[in-house]
Design a protein around this ligand. Structure first.
Ligand SMILES: [Zn+2]
Length: 246
């Protein structure tokens, strides 16, 4: 058993088996919120610059961020404003590709954190602010491992605060049924990305922002329930106010 806060997108199969035994309700734990999130996307591996399909998808993911960060999805997050902290629209502040080092077949979370740190030092990535959120996308065929958990086995993505203090999300390429749930890869990726984005905004230090001890973060409660927004697949998120996934 782990006592770590939940901060992953689980596999689709696992979620269908689960029924929320405890009625969901997020409570605020006095920690940080990302008030006006500044997203920087990092596409790791040369496939993102050499495969026409992946080049296209990377561009589409950036378009997705440009849209969603000023969309009604962000407006919905204002339900979780607290005195002194108000959630506003965010922005995509930049994007980069890196192929150095090349991602191995298995990439550990520590390698993702140190890659971000290295690229900040190098100037490829901007320095972190309290609102900065780095999104790292790994290429097809790369398995991401976080502790005992692995992509396509336990999760389809996660967000966290790095040991060095910055906020980031790791998004493995959805190349398994558990992370596709019958959708095209791009739709699956925008869906899980929206899950992690909303969680990183409302609970950037996992378990220290808006959290539910029984059911996890804002996206966990509604995992694998989607809607279309601006033509994109986004995940439903838990609303305390509506007492439902919206
Ligand atoms: Zn989650």
């Amino acid at each position: 058993m782990t006592t770590n806060p939940i901060r992953i997108v689980p596999l689709a199969d696992g979620m269908r088996a689960m029924a929320p035994a405890t009625p969901p309700k997020l409570t605020y734990r006095n920690g940080a919120l990302l008030q006006s999130v500044k997203v920087f996307t990092l596409f790791w591996g040369k496939a993102w610059t050499t495969s026409p399909d992946l080049v296209k998808m990377a561009g589409q993911m950036n378009d997705f961020f440009r849209y969603v960060l000023t969309s009604p999805l962000m407006d919905a997050m204002t339900e979780y404003n607290v005195p002194g902290k108000s959630i506003q629209h965010g922005a995509l502040i930049g994007t980069a590709n890196t192929a150095t080092p090349a991602p191995k077949a298995t990439v550990k979370d520590a390698s993702i954190q140190s890659l971000i740190q290295k690229l900040i030092t190098k100037g490829t990535l901007p320095h972190a602010t309290p609102d900065t959120l780095y999104f790292v996308f790994t290429p097809p065929g790369t398995k991401v491992v976080d502790g005992k958990d692995a992509s396509c086995s336990q999760f389809c993505g996660y967000h966290n605060q790095a040991t060095a203090g910055f906020f980031y999300a790791a998004m493995p390429y959805p190349d398994c049924n558990g992370c596709l749930d019958g959708m095209p890869a791009f739709d699956a990726l925008t869906g899980t990305t929206s899950h992690e984005l909303c969680e990183a905004i409302t609970d950037p230090v996992p378990g220290a922002g808006w959290y539910d001890d029984a059911n996890g973060e804002i996206g966990d409660i509604c995992a694998w329930k989607f809607k279309k927004l601006g033509g994109y697949t986004v995940q439903l998120e838990w609303s305390n106010k509506a007492n439902n996934c919206v």
